[in-house]
Design a binder for this molecule. Sequence first.
Ligand code: PLP
Length: 345
Amino acid sequence: MSTGHITIDLDAIIANWRALDKMSKSETAAVVKADGYGLGAGRVAKALAKAGARKFFVAVAEEGAILRQALGEGPQINILSGHMSGDTDMIGDLDLTPMLNSIDQISRHFEALPGHAFGIQLDTGMNRLGMEWDEWGAIAEIALAQHPTLVMSHLACADEPDHPMNAFQLDVFHQMTDGISVPRSLAATGGILLGKDYHFDMTRPGIGLFGGLPFENARHVVQMDLPVIQIRNLNAGEVVGYGNAWQAERPSRIATISAGYADGLLRSMSDKATLYYGDEPCPLVGRVSMDLLTVDVTDLSEDPHALTILGTQQTVDQLARVAGTIGYEILTSLGNRYTRRSKGG
Ligand SMILES: *Cc1c(COP(=O)(O)O)cnc(C)c1O
């Protein structure tokens, strides 16, 4: 067995969901797109459903179909990309709720599945998904007459509380939706932390459930341990890995670890990241290969069987910073060679 192990603390995910839920008076949904931010949408959603979550969001209908299988009938599964051509059977048969993003999608949905649940996504300035001011003006009355489950929009800069875009989008959202009698939603994790003006009727946290910023007080969710394949002694002056990118300055012990950039441990971590043996830091040396890492374990008092790259010693966001990216990208890049195990839930 030489693949890495990811241990997912479902109790921590539930605690994070409850903590985010407590921050608003609104209903709290759960966003589990991209296979639950790489941790397993089915297991995460089942644990959250048991804890009381009733509404879930995924990016595309195919993810919704997988989630429906895991959750069974009952929980509402919302599709952020809306109703694409080819989605009709999945949406209809599996009772998925598309967030319709354009007049085209509204027409498609009303024609293909009359009477079937839907929500509306509005663009309030991010220019990514949703109907813009003019489009919404043209269709709002017709769409609202069919009783959407939700009218939602998404904030572009919610992880920067002082960014003027937040208040701007809040104002646009009010202008586009005040006076309608449909539940509204604007906030993801960052929006929840912006305070009650942003909460409306439903919040949609994703990353905060999984212990990531901007939810600073999140409980730690992911532990990732990587097996050592072999350990060798180097003389001072010997080199390690592709491009001879690292050279030993002293007699060194180098552990070769089973995981690489194909497992989401990005090449930009080369010569920069730190792994841990218990609390003892061990620097990654040389380049990250596709399937392997090389780590300096010279200072350890014993030979490790495995090293930890994500855990209480190093959070997803700390590792992300080393790699020049964000926690979201680290989690969703992890790939499928790991053994994923969950505890609690
Ligand atoms: C991804 C996403 C969310 C969840 O965002 P987090 O920052 O992970 O909490 C909510 N709403 C929409 C539209 C999204 O795309």
